[in-house]
Design a protein around this ligand. Structure first.
Ligand code: OAD
Length: 267
């Protein structure tokens, strides 16, 4: 017995499309700090000094060091059972999409294959002058400033290299956003995991999911702006709630498999 309400079990049994909309709380149990709340990054650091393009142009060394620090933290962490449960759902539901605000790459590392990163990815970087891309640790740094080496020897671009993340005041990557909106529009089930729901436009997606008829489940130890309208609220950490949902989905679909879609009849 899962203890989940019957309408949710029925959604788990029949759902074709599942979207997990995730935020920093999704990675908290891996040891990645969230942004808000106790110990959140924005309590210790000032976003206006670190997470906008003006700050980067004024002080690239400071911004770069902050991202290097975050990369170092991420190099020492691993996906937790909640990330792995989402990846395992791909074997159960016909289509599972993770729409994430996280830049930490943990969903992919856990094995999720359809991941839309609305706020970019901290492992990627690009030159703000010529657009050349630099991934992972492969970033040329001169005098502590990451400087682009694209171009002929002696005439290297020299532009500043920045992390491929979305900073305050910047638009979201168009393709990822549009794919996210489409996935949310088709979803039968939308899991809202570990996000405070205060940063737009990403935070508009749960309401869209509900308008389009998805059953929405909030997974968060704390209340959020989504709490009142969610169909189900699980006041649990992601690493507990998601494996429980995975187990319940397996049980619901093996005991009562969804009816196969009608196949064309050949005479
Ligand atoms: P926040 O730090 O604002 O919120 C984290 C949420 O996770 C809170 O609601 C917590 O209650 C919840 N939480 C904490 N531990 C959890 C756990 N183990 N399981 C489930 N939930 C847990 O993070 P985001 O909502 O992701 O943007 O923040 C949105 C954006 O604000 C980020 O992408 C970043 C930040 O500024 C940019 O940098 C553009």
């Amino acid at each position: 017995m899962s203890g989940f309400p019957a309408p949710f079990l029925e959604v788990l049994r029949r759902a074709d499309e599942v979207v997990a909309f995730t935020g920093a709380g999704m990675s908290a149990e891996s040891g990645v700090p969230t942004f808000r709340g106790d110990g959140g990054l924005w309590q210790k650091f000032r976003p206006e000094e670190l997470a906008n393009v003006g700050a980067f142009l004024r002080n690239p060394v400071l911004v770069w060091e902050w991202y290097e620090h975050r990369r170092t933290v991420l190099a020492g962490v691993s996906p937790h059972p909640g990330h792995r449960a989402l990846a395992a759902m791909e074997a159960i539901f016909p289509r599972v999409t993770v729409v994430t605000q996280n830049v930490d790459n943990l969903h992919r590392r856990a094995g999720s294959t359809r991941v839309l990163e609305l706020h970019g990815n901290i492992e990627r970087n690009y030159c703000i002058r010529c657009g050349a891309r630099y991934d992972g640790a492969d970033v040329p740094v001169r005098d502590r400033v990451p400087s682009c080496t694209a171009g002929a020897a002696g005439a290297a671009c020299g532009g500043l290299i920045r992390p491929d993340v979305v900073w305050f005041g910047e638009p979201l990557p168009e393709e990822e956003w549009e794919a996210g909106v489409r996935a949310i529009g088709r979803a039968d089930l939308c899991l809202l995991v570990g996000t405070s729901g205060v940063v737009y436009p990403a935070a508009s997606l749960p309401a869209l999911a509900q308008r389009q008829g998805a059953y929405t489940v909030e997974i968060n130890p704390e209340p959020t702006p989504f709490t009142d309208s969610a169909d189900l609220v699980l006041r649990q950490p992601a690493g507990i709630a998601l494996p429980a949902i995975l187990d319940a989905a397996r049980a619901a679909r093996s005991l009562h498999p969804p009816s196969p879609s009608p196949t064309p009849h050949t005479p």
